[in-house]
Design a binder for this molecule. Structure first.
Ligand code: SAH
Length: 272
């Protein structure tokens, strides 16, 4: 990146004010809530990775409308010396490089400007394979906050002292290792932003979908009524809403039981 420490190292993706192509029709569709919108701050060596796919479809439209906002904070300008180094070799030896606590701390200080100190209102997250596995309940918790700050790691990760000192919450996308935190941050944001009011046209769809009641979702079908000699299950075209609801519940239970015994057991316990 060409930013220098003198330049403002953060870039806002709340594109509302700068988008010349915003059509009058778009402006009339929703009231604009730019001021107090839910906001994500992402500390990354690759700010160009954002908004990425979040700039498309429903999340992108919501970003344009100011229903949420995204600031990237480029880690590079906080680097040390002529080469703006952000990493160094691991203490104790071993392969790879570790992001420096002092460099990350400076970026975190910049990110914390204008955000509440209360972590229940504004979580501070490090995307990490060692973190608590991300799930729908977490997405709901984050969506209920004012916003959040995320730190994307690279190389071997970050200096542990930084995580301890700032009491950073570690969140994992799953049991695999990515090359950096950016994809994980994007996934976390996608799952969270779609739960914000008005982002999905049809709010009811987040109440019915997988995980919302502790079960995986029932199968879905649409036209054509027969495809490759395969008809849509008869009950779904019956118009009998009670029978449809019963069928969907049974399907959701059967799928959850066979694919996710962990969710199934938890659901049985909750029901008991
Ligand atoms: N050495 C580390 C892995 C570093 S991967 C370890 O063994 O635990 C480099 C960066 O990618 C991490 O700092 C983290 O920010 C991100 N990352 C990798 N896998 C991830 C996952 N499953 N979930 C979230 N972030 C991940």
């Amino acid at each position: 990146m060409t930013d220098t420490p003198e330049d403002a190292p953060s870039k806002s993706h709340g594109r509302l004010s700068v988008r010349a192509s915003l059509r009058p029709r778009d402006l009339m569709e929703e009231p604009l809530h730019v001021k107090d919108a839910w906001r994500a701050k992402v500390i990354t060596l690759f700010p160009d990775a954002f908004p990425g796919i979040l700039g498309l479809s429903l999340t992108g439209k919501a970003l344009d409308l100011g229903l949420w906002a995204l600031d990237t904070i480029d880690l590079r300008p906080f680097g040390i010396g002529k080469h703006l180094n952000v990493d160094d070799t691991p203490a104790g030896g071993g392969a790879g490089m570790v992001l420096r606590a002092d460099v990350l701390d400076a970026a975190l200080t910049e990110a914390s400007l204008g955000t509440p100190r209360d972590r229940t209102r504004w979580p501070l997250i490090y995307l990490s394979p060692r973190g608590k596995p991300f799930n729908q309940a977490m997405a709901r918790r984050f969506a209920a906050c004012d916003g959040l700050t995320m730190l994307c790691g690279r190389f071997e990760g970050v200096d542990q002292r930084l995580l301890d000192y700032h009491d950073v919450e570690e969140v994992s996308l799953g049991d695999f290792v990515l090359t950096g935190g950016e994809i994980a941050a994007t996934a976390l944001l996608d799952a969270t932003v779609r739960l914000l009011p008005k982002v999905l046209g049809n709010q009811a769809s987040t109440e019915e979908e997988s995980f919302s009641h502790g079960l995986l979702e029932h199968p879905q079908y649409t036209r054509p009524a027969v495809w490759n000699d395969l008809p849509i299950p008869e009950v779904l075209t019956s118009g009998n809403h009670a029978a449809i609801a019963k069928w969907r519940q049974a399907q959701a239970e059967a799928i959850t039981k066979s694919r996710r015994p962990d969710l199934w057991q938890a659901w049985l316990r909750r029901k008991a």
